[in-house]
Design a protein around this ligand. Structure first.
Ligand SMILES: Cc1ncc(COP(=O)(O)O)c(C=O)c1O
Ligand SMILES: NCCCCNCC[C@H](N)C(=O)O
Length: 363
């Protein structure tokens, strides 16, 4: 297979999905895939056996979820445009408004639809200001019970999303208790509550059964159906970005240039200033660099058992979340193909990209 390509390995996806299924069974919560994180629909047939549907952040994601992922389709956007509403309603089971003003603006049009409102609890867990939903002056959801109360009869659910890569169950538990203290009276008037994504419950050692117990208790005490919206947790560690070394040089450090670009193919790492991950180890230190013209197009510094030479193949780990959905044509660098490794080990190319795709992205 010609590199670069994202390799989605179903045998590495499966353990995440099995944990999701266990959580659903033991807690009663429903799990919706957050398409903003991962929208590679060629594996939706498998994922939909373990999950209840999708949630979205735009009209196009709503339509993709409805078209490609059996089950429930939740439609959320930070702001809906009037012209989007008919298609949003036609393609979703629930529509979630970000503000009371949006809800009132589209009240008549959406009257026959199941409706919800995003609530910002003002507490969050995020190591990144950029991804902190409760950052100062956050536009993400209504903050005050006083603003929500007058519109509460127009909706049947709330969506809270205030976690980001949160692997600390006690912190989650504590924040949920704070949410109940502040919004409990309103929550008990609802039929369903989404607690969003950002809970790293498929990670190694996460106390899944404590989470299940907490969700079940929350649902029981408030008499609501709970939803979770996992993105990263659903696909973590399932995928690699397969690349080839094109050139090497020494400039105070050993540098290897690969046929990919962090800017174009793993943009989140650059945005959040994180290193890529490599499975190898050894005593040979190499900096792995992208082939775009950006001086800082660097995947990271890694150790290998042998020095690298042109033609060597490398697997950049954990390359599913917020990668394929954000890939771009910067520098016209060859966009990685998408390959699926089936459970029997066979590999199939599900999407390749050509010069025509590059040219068609602009006019
Ligand atoms: C409303 C909402 N739900 C779910 C998610 C998915 O989060 P994660 O991929 O961290 O699980 C996000 C992330 O932006 C979100 O904003
Ligand atoms: N690995 C660095 C942080 C990634 C942030 N995750 C994506 C965004 C998140 N779901 C959000 O709530 O904005």
């Amino acid at each position: 297979m010609q590199t670069p390509y994202y390799l989605i390995d179903k045998s590495r996806l499966l353990p995440n999905l099995e944990k999701i299924a266990h959580l659903r069974e033991t807690s009663g919560a429903k799990a919706l895939l957050a398409l903003k994180c991962f929208a590679t629909w060629s594996v939706f047939d498998m994922m939909s056996e373990y999950m209840d549907g999708t949630t979205s952040s735009s009209l196009f994601e709503v339509k993709l979820g409805r078209e490609k992922f059996p089950g429930e389709t939740h439609a959320y956007s930070v702001a809906w445009a009037p012209e989007e509403i008919p298609e949003v309603l036609a393609n979703s089971d629930k529509v979630i408004f970000n503000t009371a003003q949006q809800l009132l603006r589209f009240e008549e049009a959406s009257r026959d639809h199941t409706r919800g409102l995003r609530v910002n609890p003002g507490v969050s867990t995020s190591g990144f200001d950029l991804a902190d939903p409760a950052r100062p002056f956050s536009r993400l959801g209504e903050h005050s019970p006083d603003t929500i109360e007058p519109v509460a009869d127009l909706i049947s659910g709330f969506m809270f999303h205030n976690n980001c890569e949160n692997a600390d169950f006690d912190r989650f538990d504590d924040m949920l208790t704070q949410i109940e203290a502040r919004f409990g009276a309103l929550i008990r008037r609802m039929d369903w509550i989404s607690l969003g994504g950002g809970i790293h419950f498929t990670g190694e050692g996460y106390p899944l059964d404590r989470l299940a117990e907490r969700l079940k208790r929350f649902a029981g005490e408030n008499e609501v159906q709970v939803y979770l919206e996992p993105g990263e947790a659903a696909i973590t560690k399932s995928t690699t970005l397969e690349v080839t070394v094109l050139d090497t040089l020494f400039n105070g450090k050993n540098l290897a240039i690969v046929d990919s670009s962090i800017e174009a193919h793993m943009l989140d790492l650059l945005i959040y200033r994180e290193s890529a991950k490599m499975a190898e180890s050894g005593d040979k230190e190499w900096m792995i660099c992208g082939k775009s013209c950006l001086a800082g197009d660097i995947f990271g510094e890694f150790r290998f058992s042998a020095d690298l030479t042109p033609g060597d193949r490398l697997s950049i780990q954990d390359a599913a979340g917020y990668t394929m959905v954000k890939k771009n044509w910067f520098n016209g660098v060859q966009m990685p193909a998408i390959v699926i490794r089936e459970l029997d080990g066979s590999e199939r190319l599900v999407r390749g990209f050509t010069y025509d795709d590059f040219a068609a992205a602009l006019s």
